[in-house]
Design a protein around this ligand. Structure first.
Ligand SMILES: [Fe+2]
Length: 305
């Protein structure tokens, strides 16, 4: 669950080069000047970074390490209970540190030997096409800041805990990594923004908020669910629909609330056959046809209507 209409807090750079992160009024760190300054410092490091140089090293404070420790330990029993076995196996293979916030190069060093993925630094929101283009090259753009310490189990926006614990563990599964890479490579084929949005929405309802049947239970594999303490308690009570690309690519969703509608795969084979195959083959025409089908089925209104 992300509380802001805009997924990430906006980051701006002033004429004098200083960087400022703009937290929303209801952000837990909004009235903590030290936190706001820290956020700007960390965003500034990513903005000053250029590809090919070493990833910015962040000297995390004891308080920041404590947040990471707390969340890592609280999520562990929840993962054992709610996460799909493919995610759990990948998590056990990756062995992320639980006692300190990892530097992004540490994450890459653990992940690359397993699936070939690496992490790079982002100050906040990365433009959609840049983000997906990098996924196509097995590169994950990650923020480096942590949520506010007053509410360690809650964050109104994706932070390094979401990016690394949520996505990093998922990307240590060769099968999930392949689906993610295919979504990234699809972006390179797409010219229209409508088709790009369709792919991003299918991604949202699969790799971010996907659930899957396993041994008679519904388990989670989406990074958004598995990095959220609260969302893991909620997903079982939401409306579960069968995988349906037309519905997934056009359903409106509110990023400020727990996701009320989730799409449930019958198996990992089915996820690969439906979502993975879609990412591998989608082009502008296919996305337009699926969108037209959504209009025919009355899921969305016709363009210009
Ligand atoms: Fe995410």
């Amino acid at each position: 669950m992300f509380e802001e209409g805009q997924l990430y807090s906006p980051v701006t750079q002033h004429d004098d080069g200083t960087v400022e992160v703009h937290l929303s009024d209801n952000h837990p760190g909004r009235n903590d000047p030290a936190y706001v300054a820290r956020r700007s410092e960390i965003a500034g490091a990513a903005m000053a970074w250029t590809r090919g140089e070493p990833i910015p090293h962040i000297d995390y404070t004891d308080a920041e390490h404590e947040i990471w420790r707390t969340v890592s330990h609280e999520l562990t029993p929840k993962h054992e209970k709610y996460a799909h076995s493919e995610y759990l196996a990948a998590k056990h293979a990756l062995r992320l540190p639980t006692e300190h916030v990892p530097q992004l190069h540490e994450v890459s060093e653990l992940l690359e030997p397993i699936t070939g993925w690496t992490y790079v630094a982002a100050p906040g929101l990365v433009p959609l096409r840049d983000f997906y283009g990098d996924l196509g090259a097995r590169t994950f753009n990650s923020t480096q800041y942590l949520r506010h310490g007053s509410q360690p189990l809650y964050t109104p926006e994706p932070d390094i805990i979401h990016e690394v614990i949520g996505h990093g563990n998922q990307l240590a599964s060769p099968r999930f990594a392949r689906i993610t890479e295919a979504a990234g490579q699809a972006s390179l084929r797409l010219e229209t923004e409508e088709a790009m949005k369709f792919v991003a929405d299918v991604f949202w309802f699969s790799m971010e908020f996907g659930i899957m049947r396993e041994h008679g239970e519904v388990k989670a594999y989406g990074a958004g669910i598995l990095s959220s303490y609260g969302e893991m308690d909620e997903y079982a009570h939401m409306e579960h629909r069968d995988l349906d690309l037309v519905d997934m690519g056009t359903l409106n969703y509110d990023i400020t609330a727990y996701q009320p509608v989730l799409f449930c795969a019958d198996s990992l084979d089915q996820l690969e056959g439906v979502v993975g195959e879609f990412f591998e083959t989608v082009d502008d025409d296919l996305a337009a046809r699926l969108r037209a089908e959504a209009v025919e089925r009355g899921l969305v209104s016709a363009p210009d209507a």
